[in-house]
Design a protein. Structure first.
Lengths: 280, 359, 183
């Protein structure tokens, strides 16, 4: 059989969505960013909105997202993507608008912008890649870094007494009346990625309803920053990160998920350490 | 432990100097190419030894306001960042100058505008020396050209900040931040005691009304005439600073017919160009401003006026050249040579620019 | 004496640490030193290089575009830095992975087949020290004693038991050095 015999339309089982460009992604092998890019692109393709969408890219490893999506993009200053997305959606309400941010960008420097965009109930889709670290700048602590986890700015492990607690911003945002759909997903297994795609599809579909923010957190890895192989990183994430950041919906159609209410109910012990890597 | 010779990066030297000169607090946010400042501090953990506070803030906006408040309480506090982060700090710097507080801010400059590049640049000269924030204020600006100066200027910066009760900037760049060189580090100096601050910083809000009068730190004055008087006082400090604290280094200027004026890493590269030019028989020297504000106007005027031509070499599109021209009252031709956007000029390139200017 | 060196290869080949050991050894020998790395996220798995200068005088520019010596460990770096060696200068490279060998006739060129040797001996972590050995054979800028002291300074204490292994690798490199083109 020759190459030409194989490359035929009837043999095609998988192809790249035209919403992604031909550019080679600069992400480290095994990084979650690339997978999420693909999922978003597929959703845009399937919804047929490639010519009616504006993406906002952050400052972080995904700063170059605009090179990979064949849709219009605006690059925001560090942390300000929700403000940019708010303005664009208000000025072009007919257009699908999504922001894409890392955890340093969204939860640290951009904490104010994301809270207020959610509080105003902007009719936008927000994608939040939580890899527990600053990947771009070489592995510094993020607000989402787990207690006890080592980074270059907490080389002896994150100590909440000095560096604050691991921040579950998504849980906070779910409690704002302006959010309509809030969920935490992952992409470390094919099953998780399929679920994540459903959630992202929902988050885009919701823009048609004009009901407020649709927020998808994707708990991800940063094998470079964590100094692990991709396989180790995914395993580590499953065993550690997901304990503190459990997957699942928090708010659907503007209503709290019952499991979320139950979980938040256990938060009321003051300063309870829910999960720690620290050696006691 | 006495003085010690170590090999370290410019960014690490900033951190090490802070610990050793008795700095009370550092507040900062990661950004390339200066993240090693915070990383070195977090690895050294001075809060366990000297008691210095180190905190990774949530943003540069938070960092500079932590510095503002720490200074208001009479403590020796500092932050560091690179260009985009330093832009975010401008409001805070204006408040620090307005409230007449001492503070130290390090900018390890990268190429702009906007997110730009992470490669070295000197494109923040205007922002730093002409007042990047609002209001009539100046940042006393030190421009280190070696890792040793990165180290030395931390203590010098604090001294100047307290002498004038004004913010001081160390304007560095990616080359000096990232390069490793030999540094002679000092013995640890103790931090100021609260009693010392109480005695020597009567303006500080220490929480103890020891003078019998409450102390208010503010930059607000609603009455224009009073605000003008405050500005007069601030301007008088600036005149004094121009008089007493302008610094520079003159290299091979005595027999020179031409000079380069360059600071920081551009000055280092020019030193090599001077060497190359002199090997070809071109009599060129170098004036290296060490303070960018106050600019060493007198020195540039005096030395520059003896020259046939002056070449201002900068890693930007031509910013310091304005101060050089003002210094020589435009009596001597001044030209600019620069590379920007993160490109570093090479010694040979600068030599070629010099030859072109001479022709 | 001033020696201006560029060491260039892939990230992970130990380019930066080789430069650091050389710089420390230089300090031990009372020289002025400068070590300037390329930096930033594009270094991720990509190319990495460091400019090292050892001198008896104050060092002018830490950033250079012409070098007395280029130590080259991959093709991209060969493409970039072969032309940056000063006439009469030195180029040392590991032929592993090199498809276009250097062609200059006005410089001295040597090969050190360090990658093959390192994998043969199962010491791939010491690859960079083998290369360093090749360089020190041509230009004995630092004495073995000073190199030893340099290693003590640049390696964390918990790795000090590995110093003899590092020194052995340097000796292996000296033995591997083969002239490719000399003037
Ligand atoms: C005002 C400002 N401060 C700091 C930076 C430096 N910086 C760039 S990306 C980044 C953090 C990125 O982390 P995250 O958002 O978690 O994204 P990741 O790379 O992990 O995907 C920082 C601090 C900047 N570009 N601008
Ligand atoms: S550094 Fe981390 S977040 Fe960035 S591309 Fe690599 S794995 Fe992904
Ligand atoms: Mg992150």
């Amino acid at each position: 059989m020759t190459r030409e015999d194989i490359i035929k339309p009837e043999n095609l089982v998988y192809k790249r969505t035209p919403v992604l460009t031909d550019a080679t992604m600069h992400y480290c092998p095994g990084c979650g960013h690339g997978v999420v890019h693909r999922i978003i692109a597929e959703v845009i393709e399937e919804m047929g909105i490639q010519d009616n969408v504006i993406g906002i890219s952050p400052v972080g490893c995904s700063v170059l997202a605009y090179n990979y999506f064949d849709v219009d993009f605006v690059e925001a200053a560090h942390g300000r993507a929700p403000a940019c997305a708010s303005a664009i959606k208000r000025l072009r309400p007919e257009t699908f608008v999504f922001s894409y941010q890392g955890d340093g960008d969204l939860a640290s420097i951009g904490c104010g912008e994301v809270v207020h965009a959610c509080n105003r109930g902007e009719n936008i889709t927000m994608i939040f890649i939580n890899n527990g670290i600053y990947g771009m700048t070489g592995g510094q602590m993020a607000p989402t870094t787990l207690e006890g986890m080592e980074t270059v700015t907490c080389p002896y492990g994150r100590d909440p007494k000095i560096m604050g607690h691991t921040m579950r911003l998504t849980e906070m945002l779910a409690q704002l009346p302006g959010t309509y759909y809030v969920t935490r997903q992952a992409v470390y297994t094919p099953a998780a990625a399929r679920k994540c795609k459903k959630a992202i599809r929902q988050a885009f579909e919701n823009q048609k309803l004009n009901k407020g923010v649709s927020f998808v957190e994707v708990t991800s890895n940063c094998n470079s920053g964590w100094k692990m192989t991709p396989v180790q990183a995914n395993k580590w994430m499953e065993e550690n990160t997901l304990k503190y950041f459990p997957l699942g919906d928090m708010k659907v159609d503007g209503k709290f998920d019952p499991k979320f209410i139950e979980r938040v109910g256990t938060f009321d012990q003051p300063n309870e350490t829910i999960f720690s890597l620290r050696k006691k | 432990m006495a003085k010690q010779l170590v090999l370290m990066k410019g960014n690490q030297a900033i951190a090490e100097a802070a610990i050793r000169c008795g700095c009370d607090g550092y507040f900062g946010y990661p950004i390339t190419p200066q993240s090693e400042v915070l990383e070195h501090l977090m690895a050294e953990r001075p809060y366990l030894t000297t008691g210095m506070v180190v905190l990774q803030a949530e943003s540069e906006l938070a960092s500079i306001n932590m510095v503002y408040a720490g200074a208001a309480a009479g403590k020796r506090v500092m932050t560091s960042s690179s260009s985009p982060g330093f832009s975010l700090m401008q409001e805070g710097l204006s408040y620090i100058a307005g409230a007449e507080l001492p503070a130290l801010c390090v900018n390890v400059v990268r190429g702009g505008p906007g997110l730009g590049t992470i490669q070295p640049s000197q494109s923040d000269y205007f922002q730093t020396t002409k007042g990047g924030g609002h209001g009539d204020y100046r940042l006393i600006t030190l421009a280190p050209a070696s890792v040793q100066e990165m180290y030395d200027f931390v203590e010098l910066g604090f001294d100047l900040a307290f002498k004038y009760r004004n913010p001081v900037a160390i304007l560095s760049d990616g080359v000096i931040g990232q390069v490793m060189e030999k540094v002679m580090v000092d013995d640890y100096k103790p931090r100021w005691t609260n009693e010392y601050i109480e005695e020597n910083c009567p303006w500080a809000a220490t929480g103890h009304r020891s003078t019998g009068k409450h102390r208010i730190v503010t930059s607000l004055e609603l009455e224009a005439l009073k605000q003008e008087a405050i500005n007069d006082r601030i301007q008088a400090k600036y005149r004094k600073c121009e008089e007493e604290d302008a610094r520079y280094e003159a290299i091979q200027c005595d027999d020179a017919e031409y000079i380069f004026v360059a600071y920081g890493s551009a000055a280092r590269i020019c030193m090599k160009s001077v060497e190359l030019a002199r090997a070809e028989g071109i009599k060129v020297g170098l004036i290296r401003p060490i303070t960018l504000w106050p600019f060493p106007t007198k020195a540039v005027k005096e030395i520059g006026s003896r020259m046939k031509k002056i070449l201002s070499v900068e890693m930007n599109a031509g910013q310091m050249i304005e101060d050089v021209k003002l210094a020589v009252d435009c009596n001597i031709p001044v030209e600019h040579y620069g590379r920007y956007g993160g490109v570093i000029p090479t010694p040979v390139e600068i030599l070629d620019a010099l030859k072109k200017m001479i022709k | 004496m001033t020696e201006e060196i560029i060491i260039a290869g892939f990230g992970g080949q130990g380019v930066l640490s080789m430069g650091k050991i050389l710089a420390y050894a230089g300090i031990m020998q009372d020289k002025e030193v400068s070590w300037l790395p390329s930096y930033g996220p594009e270094m991720r798995g990509g190319t990495s290089n460091v400019t090292v200068i050892l001198s008896d005088e104050r060092i002018c520019s830490p950033y250079l575009n012409q070098f007395d010596t280029a130590i080259i460990l991959n093709q991209q770096s060969m493409d970039k830095f072969e032309s940056a060696v000063k006439p009469g200068g030195l180029l040392i490279y590991d032929p592993n992975g090199i498809t276009h060998h250097p062609t200059r006739k006005d410089i001295n060129i040597y090969q050190v087949a360090a990658a093959d040797k390192a994998s043969e001996l199962g010491i791939s972590k010491l690859f960079n020290m083998i290369v360093l050995g090749g360089f020190l054979k041509v230009k004995p800028l630092v004495t073995p004693e000073m190199l030893h002291k340099g290693l003590e300074k640049s390696l964390p204490e918990r790795h000090h038991h590995l110093i003899p292994k590092n020194e052995e690798a340097v000796e292996i490199g000296k033995g591997l050095l083969t002239p490719y083109h000399t003037i």
